[in-house]
Design a protein around this ligand. Sequence first.
Ligand SMILES: Cc1cc2nc3c(=O)[nH]c(=O)nc-3n(C[C@H](O)[C@H](O)[C@H](O)COP(=O)(O)OP(=O)(O)OC[C@H]3O[C@@H](n4cnc5c(N)ncnc54)[C@H](O)[C@@H]3O)c2cc1C
Length: 438
Amino acid sequence: MFTRQATKVLRSLRKDNSCVRVQKRNHPITLSLRNSSTKVVIIGGGAMGASAAYWLTQKSGNCNVTVIEKDPTYANCSTSRSVGGIRQQFSIPENIQMSLFGAKFIKNLKNQFGPEADISYAPNGYLILASPQGAQQLAQNFKLQQELGSTNTLMTKDQLREKLKWLNVDDIELGCMGCEKEGWFDPWGLLTLFKSAAVSKGAQFVQGEVKNFIFSNDKNLKSVKVHLPNQDKKVFEFDTCVLAAGAESGAIARMAGIGTGQGDLSVALPVEPRKRYVYRFDSQGKNVPPVNSPLMIDYTGVYFRKDGPVFIGGRSPDSHEEPPADNLEVDFSYFDNTVWPLLAARIPAFESVKVQSAWGGFYEYNTFDANGIIGPHSTFKNLFFATGFSGHGIQQSPAVGLAIAELILDGKFKTIDLKRMGFDRLIKQQPLYEIGIY
Ligand SMILES: Cc1cc2nc3c(=O)[nH]c(=O)nc-3n(C[C@H](O)[C@H](O)[C@H](O)COP(=O)(O)OP(=O)(O)OC[C@H]3O[C@@H](n4cnc5c(N)ncnc54)[C@H](O)[C@@H]3O)c2cc1C
């Protein structure tokens, strides 16, 4: 079970901030790793890249980590534009385990980053609602989540009606309510904690845009070509490269010939930007959801949560409605025509909502199966992916960063077995579908 192992990782971090000493019975990690310097270049300094840098520098004092980030303001990256939700309400064990790890990580935040560390965690839970058609699946997911250590509760229509007076449950069969391990937090806060802790341990964050890969004579990847802000070009050599460039990861993989070559190289990294809108709104209606209400996801895909005194919400468009992903402009008519009717049908007080503002953001969307891709490429063994999380990556960033550090430093997953999430599933054409993606 990962939870015991995860606890050990977090506890050892607390005891000795200089190096995580993960030990498993029969598999002690030798400290020789600390003596062998490995040069790692991470492409992308968002939550995933910064988390990988954090864990690499925590686990090995001798790991030479350079993060290449083209925009240190992070204005348009997924992390800055995220809703910051964390839930264990998924359908596959890996996603549940990674989010449980994230919840534990947040709980221990101050022990790990110091007493000032704060990511404004709101442990209000999630409420996922099922129609009669979806009730069996919700119950099945709930069972798996329970088995893996989450603390959710299944609620019948009558229980929902009794507890949540603001909710219209006419067409609802079942709800799953998350407890203290679910809620939301400030993604920017988490990113800056990862980054500053990694920097304090020696990681270098360089402003620049990766433009290409350079190959060694034996056709392996050996360095990246980077354009610096002053127009200079610089080459960064690596033993290992981590591709964590969010929505741009697919395009960067193509620079290495991934998706344009023969054999395994004919298989692309299927990660591309998909635009999502988040609307901030207020309601003067009667019986509005109170301040402690959960992040609700309706079976129609529409969601909302509290955001200070107001609310935020939205809905991922159906595939035939996908807006162009070459800009971050917001379509307000999508709220009027699609989001609002669904919201008002579920929460009568939202009949009178007034949109105050909105933003657009890119999911780093994995078009193959909408799940993260974690681990090495099948041909380029020194290129590791940490991308494709399709709208549920921020909560998984603590676990993914650790998983990448384990793969690089220990040669295998130690805390959570994420083998099924590797690139090989693309080669074998074996999708790993997650039902709980919104
Ligand atoms: C609207 C919205 C709501 C979301 N809600 C949730 C949620 O509730 N819960 C959840 O868990 N997740 C959510 N997500 C998803 C989550 O935010 C992402 O999965 C996560 O932030 C991805 O982090 P990342 O580091 O992979 O990508 P990013 O944050 O995009 O970071 C990638 C970085 O790579 C850099 N980069 C790109 N190309 C290059 C290059 N060539 N050279 C150098 N640098 C480069 C970019 O500048 C960027 O900073 C949401 C996302 C959006 C957009």
